[in-house]
Design a protein around this ligand. Structure first.
Ligand code: SF4
Ligand code: SF4
Ligand code: SF4
Length: 748
């Protein structure tokens, strides 16, 4: 199979409806800093994948007012799935020996012009324009990408690569925007008429598109900044006006954009005012039988690791009962309930809770999407009472979390509960399962190994987090509102995460090399793809961990995912919230025989050097310890550039020695206060803020107290860019340890 077909098969298998390839020549008119070549010199192609919103989510969302998004919240989960596709497609391309840079689906951008780039709200790459260049879409008057199949109801993601992939021809059908002006009439901020600067004109692959040059601050009032649409819209909207209104009124909620909701391409536009205010999308139900449609849901049930699937008829929900499917989907015929059993040992564990939610919503989204593509109405994430639906369909169980899908498709009634018990997995089976699920590295250790580590660590100061931390209690935009928390920094162990713990499985995932190789240094001068790769690898590791935990649960064992086993590491600021920092789980990785610790304090592996993230899964299943690595990697032969590159001089010469089972490992001392200053508090420009145009650059104070931090953050002008601050740790970026790549075999 050609690489292009492999990419397409992977993306479609993960839920993409459209996949196209744009040669970089079609980006000739893009500003260099926002072009594939500016992001990654030598780029030759851009892969673009799209997922269609279930129509009903667009048509029925945003009611009774735009800022009650309701089922349109599916867009956030579509973005998550697109992120998964971006990362995994990049890794697939890399496995063929090419470079590939995955771009985030959304929510990482510079709000203000940057150096010679005179663009506001500038992402690393505009996916809408990439979609046009990949032959998937045209640009409408609303400046959205309109596809012939779905109109504006598709979200996109792009991957930049130096592989020369066969281009997809440009779209050459009838115009997809007929200037109906519904987008203009329905915009609550009147963005297409007020504060415009004539027409913008873009030329992509020989096709020219014109649309109003809008004031993006105006457009973003509710859509991005969550300001209430009940506040009278100001004549002129600027960052200052946004911040003033945020300070005065706070945030309301994100809005479903009417420029998307009320737009549909002429060939597919249908008016049905009894059903919804928006135009509907014309589609024809497939010829599949109800049993065949149910077969599709069964496959999602199996792939989605669900425990419960039940289908009933909407007409069987009594009028005088508490649940009325047709209030949520007017043409509902069938009601689908899906459920996941709360994993054993979860005990309110936040990462496990989040993972159950992610799996459940993904499954409901996939089912709604599948039925929609088959030509039916289908919706999830409505306000229907999921547990009452499950009870009505006869599958309620207090240990199961539920989600509901409503559809106009007729489906056979069914009930399926998967309670099969299986034997406990062996160590070899765990490795196979985790690798098949996407882990690049798998290692394990038992409690004796951890006890030896605890003993070796006596008297050493292994913490790389300060005891006093300053957190931001403000809004995601505007001033940093400091609050000081005091926490005892003490080593935690497996038993602290799971009573009766017997062993720990450590999972590693490699970051696409291009994400690090391009950070800060290519003409784009961005850290966006790197922070995206860090966030996404954390997500995907949680997915792998969840698959392992389910397997453990089915054999009667418990497991919990742990971001940092010893709780001695800190966090790093990212546009997606705080992430575990690169030192997280370094001791777990060392004890599992996967890593040593570099002078930058981060785990280094023979396979990938510094370029991976780790997750630990603590379990009560006894497992054998893997051999430790024979001693320090990379650093003894390196010039120590991590030390000299650190903007806050947080890495010191010298350090400590951990002697475990007769092997010595060096652990550097890290000045946790100085390190957090740059990576957790974003107070050092060189670490990242300067690449989004921030002038923040405060020296580390002599007075190393939380009060000094509070004073520094309070005196910094953050503006709205605070939400999208990107940090690229210098000691990681400059580290030459890249490993040998590939999947080195692990001891069995
Ligand atoms: S609503 Fe009409 S004018 Fe606006 S982008 Fe869509 S098709 Fe074009
Ligand atoms: S730059 Fe990397 S390899 Fe070199 S001393 Fe630092 S951690 Fe070790
Ligand atoms: S480069 Fe950044 S992450 Fe590394 S030690 Fe210095 S401040 Fe910390």
């Amino acid at each position: 199979m050609s690489l292009k077909r492999e990419i397409e098969a992977l993306a479609r298998g993960m839920g993409a409806d459209l996949v196209g390839v744009a040669p970089v020549e079609r980006f000739a008119n893009a500003p260099l800093r926002m072009s594939p070549q500016g992001l990654m010199p030598g780029a030759r192609s851009v892969v673009v994948a799209a997922i269609h919103h279930p129509d009903a989510a667009v048509e029925l969302g945003g009611e009774p007012r735009q800022q009650v998004v309701g089922p349109y919240a599916v867009q956030y989960w579509m973005n998550s799935r697109l992120d998964d596709i971006s990362f995994r497609v990049a890794r697939l391309i890399e496995s063929h020996g090419h470079r590939a840079l995955p771009i985030a689906s959304s929510n990482i951008w510079r709000y203000h012009p940057y150096k010679d780039l005179n663009v506001s709200f500038a992402p690393d790459l505009v996916h809408r324009y990439a979609a046009v260049a990949a032959g998937l879409a045209e640009i409408g008057w609303n400046n959205l990408a309109l596809t012939p199949e779905f109109g504006p109801r598709a979200r996109f993601v792009s991957i930049v690569t130096d592989a020369a992939l066969e281009p997809t021809p440009m779209y050459d059908g009838p115009p997809l925007c007929d200037r109906c002006m519904a987008c203009v009439r329905h915009c609550p901020m009147d963005t297409f008429r007020k504060e415009t600067k004539g027409l913008a004109s873009v030329e992509i692959g020989g096709q020219r598109y014109e649309f109003p040059q809008t004031n993006k601050w105006r457009c973003a009032w509710a859509e991005n900044f969550d300001l209430s649409l009940s506040i009278p819209a100001p004549e002129k909207v600027t960052e200052e006006v946004i911040l003033e209104n945020l300070e005065r009124y706070g945030q309301d909620g994100g809005a479903e954009g009417n420029c998307l909701k009320f737009c549909m391409v002429p060939e597919r536009r249908v008016s049905d005012p009894q059903y919804c205010k928006a135009p509907r999308r014309k589609k024809t139900p497939s010829a599949e039988t109800p049993a065949e449609l149910l077969g599709r849901l069964n496959r999602i049930f199996e792939d989605g690791l669900l425990d419960v699937l039940a289908v009933g008829r909407a007409a069987d929900f009594a009028e005088d009962g508490p649940v009325h499917p047709r209030l949520h989907l007017p043409d509902a015929v069938s009601v689908v309930s899906v459920g996941i059993r709360v994993p054993r040992g979860a005990g309110g564990h936040p990462d496990l809770d989040a993972q159950v939610r992610r799996r459940l919503v993904y499954a409901a989204m996939d089912m709604a999407h599948e039925l929609d593509i088959q030509g039916y109405s289908a919706i999830c994430l409505t306000r229907i009472h999921d547990t009452l639906v499950a009870e009505r369909l006869g599958v309620f169980d207090g240990e199961v979390r539920f989600a509901t899908v409503l559809t106009s498709a007729e489906l056979p009634s069914t009930r399926r509960c998967d309670h099969a018990k299986v034997a406990a997995p062996t160590a070899a089976e765990i490795r196979d399962l985790c690798r098949a699920a996407g882990a690049d590295l798998v290692g394990m250790f038992d409690m004796d190994r951890f006890a030896a580590f605890r003993e070796a660590a006596k008297g050493l100061d292994l913490a790389s987090r300060p005891a006093e931390e300053v957190e931001d209690k403000g809004l995601i935009y505007g001033p940093f509102v400091p609050a000081v928390t005091h926490r005892e920094v003490a080593m935690r162990g497996p038993e602290d995460w799971l009573a009766g713990a017997r062993s720990v499985v450590v999972l590693g995932m490699h970051l696409p090399d291009a994400a690090l190789d391009t950070a800060k240094t290519t003409p784009a001068e961005t850290v966006g793809p790197y922070v995206f790769a860090c966030h996404e690898s954390v997500q995907l590791l949680q997915d792998v961990g969840y698959q392992l935990i389910r397997r453990l649960n089915r054999s009667g064992h418990a497991g919990v995912p742990v971001a940092d086993l010893t709780a001695l590491a800190s966090t790093v600021k990212s546009p997606r919230g705080m992430l575990p920092d690169m030192r997280s789980n370094r001791f777990a990785a060392l004890l599992a025989g996967l890593a040593t610790i570099g002078r930058n304090g981060s785990p280094l592996t023979p396979e990938f050097g510094v370029r991976q993230r780790f997750l630990a899964v603590v379990t009560d299943l006894p497992l054998p310890s893997d051999p430790l690595l024979p001693g320090d990697l990379f650093c003894p032969k390196c010039d120590g550039r991590c030390v000299s590159s650190c903007p806050t001089a947080a890495l010191r010469d010298g350090g400590m020695v951990l002697a475990i089972e007769g092997t010595e490992f060096h652990v550097p001392s890290v000045d946790a206060f100085a390190c957090d200053w740059a990576k957790r508090l974003a107070l050092s420009g060189k670490e990242g803020p300067q690449y989004v145009g921030m002038e923040t650059d405060a020296p580390v104070p002599e007075d190393r107290t939380a009060s000094a931090v509070a004073a520094a953050v309070a005196h910094t002008t953050w503006g709205v860019q605070k939400r999208y601050l990107t940090i690229g740790e210098e000691c990681i970026r400059v580290c030459p340890a890249k490993g040998q790549g590939g999947r080195a075999s692990q001891p069995e």
